[in-house]
Design a protein around this ligand. Structure first.
Ligand code: OGA
Ligand code: NI
Length: 231
């Protein structure tokens, strides 16, 4: 029989108890190295464990062009999002319904995406030079939740058992025509309040991978984002 249970009633969370990582405390060593971020952003990463920057790379990245350029590559190489690591990987559309295209240094990518990757790698250098982050490598992918009520239930990107080397999650949203009612907001579960982040174009969201619980709410329309983890 076809499984018709909606996303959240079947599974509510993927987070086992006691698998959170402690928050990273960033020390600002040299504020002159900051460029995209400000000292206040570093404070927010320390205090609320996430920061949102809007209208980022606005002169460099046009989301529509980027998506159009990437679609042929994406359709050829994207896979369904999976949970777990290595041989333990598993997939379940009721947990996450995205298609992902993993990108590493040897992946052939269009120029528009390459500009974005470069900008976010600059962000890694900036954080390494201005703080004690000490990120040695990155992992990245482009994702598409195709609509049709797809999402990703409440989870952590790094736990003591899985992807424990991920320090910061950087998300760059690519949805120029997003409007209220489309869904696909990122729900961030904070200590005191929960925040819904709209996945709008040129919005950069950075959060601590091991302690910020988050969920992609069901989206009715295709929803694109680029994710880079600083490890
Ligand atoms: C993830 C994730 C959030 C988003 O891929 O782990 O939580 O807003 N993505 O796309
Ligand atoms: Ni996540």
């Amino acid at each position: 029989m076809i499984n018709v249970l909606p996303l959240v009633t079947q599974y509510t969370t993927l987070i086992p108890q006691n698998e959170h990582l402690p928050p990273i405390s960033l020390t600002l060593k040299d504020h002159t190295r900051l460029n995209i971020l400000t000292p206040t952003d570093i404070d927010e990463l320390n205090n609320q464990h996430f920061v949102i920057k809007d209208n980022v790379f606005i002169d460099i990245i046009d989301s529509k062009t980027l998506i159009t350029d990437c679609l042929p590559y994406f359709e050829k190489d994207a896979i369904s999002g999976k949970m777990g690591q290595r041989e333990e990987k598993w997939q379940n559309n009721n947990i996450r319904g995205d298609k992902i295209w993993w990108i590493n240094d040897s992946t052939e990518i269009p120029k528009s995406l390459s500009s974005l990757v470069q900008m976010i790698k600059k962000l890694q250098i900036e954080l390494n030079e201005s703080t004690n982050l000490n990120s040695q490598f990155t992992q990245s992918h482009l994702t598409c939740y195709p609509g049709n009520n797809t999402g990703y239930i409440r989870h952590l990107d790094a736990t003591t058992k899985s992807h424990s080397n991920r320090k910061l999650t950087c998300l760059f949203y690519l949805n120029q025509d997003w409007k209220p009612g489309d869904g696909g907001e990122l729900m961030i579960y904070g200590d005191n309040k929960n925040i819904k982040v709209r996945p709008i174009s040129n919005r950069l969201l950075i959060f601590q991978s091991g302690c910020v619980e988050h969920q992609v709410l069901s989206t009715l329309v295709p929803r694109y984002a680029f994710t880079l983890w600083m490890c």
